[in-house]
Design a protein around this ligand. Structure first.
Ligand code: GDP
Ligand code: ZN
Length: 302
């Protein structure tokens, strides 16, 4: 935990800040209720450690559904896993290749950013590797209104500009394993000296080198949070009827649908479907929307 003056104090959590979930076969799952980015009050112990006594209200937080745990009895709910709080930007890091650019995962993180009111910034890293569609993806996300950075770690392309734009903010780096989050952070802030993962030849997926989210102060008023790489992501607490609002380019059309309960899937006179047919909304984004809608609906019958 950081104090003012950048002192690091190892802290433990009072019982009231741990939520205990009973699993089958007498197992338990404990979720910490204090997360990276929280402002907390601590009491000092004699041995120099601290005990967290209060968590201040959060400006915002980003979360996902906790991955399914074997043997867990969820009773219809999947837990919320908060990744970080009190943040300004989510840097959604993707790569051209190895791992292959995954627009569905990117769109899911964008939905989390939009629903949490955190500003997203898209990075497409490894532009030194071949991806024929790279211009298409850059153009697509820029045209919707997102900032897209093309970067390459070995040749240091695009990275200084990104660093300048992150100055003075709290920035979470999020994305799949192996896309180059730690490598980018090391080039921007060499003092961090984060461990980077070799890509496993067999799977083409990175090894998990970052195990918990860590916040680092990289200069007086700039913070970066490196997070463990993810394979999949299910947004938490998003209602079916709200999904469309988090695909920001749908906003201009949603209000013109015939039915105000329109899910933009098969309803007659749906302005979103018409916009897809007229190529005003991209088919790729629309498919991501349908994919996410299915996930949200599946959960309701969980
Ligand atoms: P993380 O899991 O997202 O933190 O990814 P890492 O930073 O550990 O990087 C995974 C692998 O990708 C490492 O072997 C890096 O050397 C490699 N890598 C990172 N950036 C680039 C890049 O721009 N181009 C290429 N070709 N490889 C990169
Ligand atoms: Zn509609």
């Amino acid at each position: 935990m950081k104090t003012t003056g950048s002192k690091s104090i190892r802290c433990n959590l009072r019982g009231k800040f741990k939520k205990q979930y009973e699993l089958k076969k007498d197992k338990q799952f404990i979720l910490d209720l204090a997360v990276v980015g929280d402002f907390v009050d601590i009491e000092m112990n004699d041995d120099g450690t601290g005990t967290i006594g209060a968590i201040h209200p959060r400006k915002n937080h980003i979360s996902r559904k906790a991955p399914k745990i074997k043997g867990a009895s969820y009773r219809g709910e999947r837990l919320e896993q908060i990744i970080a709080s009190n943040i300004d930007n989510i840097i959604v890091v993707t790569s051209t290749f190895n791992p292959l650019f995954n627009n569905k995962l990117l769109d899911r993180i964008l939905v989390i950013a939009e629903s949490s009111q955190v500003h997203p910034i898209i990075v497409i890293n490894k532009v030194d590797l071949e991806l024929p569609d790279i211009d298409f993806w850059q153009e697509l996300y820029s045209s919707i209104g997102y900032d897209v950075y093309l970067t390459c770690v070995p040749s240091n392309v695009g990275i200084q500009k990104l660093k300048e734009d992150l100055k003075g903010s709290v920035n979470v780096f999020w994305g799949a394993s192996g896309v180059g989050k730690s490598s980018l952070l090391n080039v921007m802030y060499p003092k961090l000296d984060l461990k980077t993962g070799e890509i496993s030849k067999a799977s083409g997926k990175g090894k998990h080198t970052t195990v918990t989210a860590v916040q680092n102060e990289v200069d007086d008023d700039t913070f970066v949070i490196d997070t463990p790489g993810i394979r999949e992501i299910d947004p938490y607490g998003i209602k079916k009827e709200d999904v469309g609002h988090y695909f920001i380019e749908f906003e201009n059309y949603i209000h013109q649908c015939r039915f105000n309960t329109c899910t933009h899937r098969h309803e007659p006179r749906c302005a979103v479907i018409e916009a897809v047919e007229n190529e005003e909304i991209s088919i790729e984004r629309y498919e991501s929307y349908l994919n996410l809608l299915d996930t949200v609906e599946d959960d309701m019958n969980f």
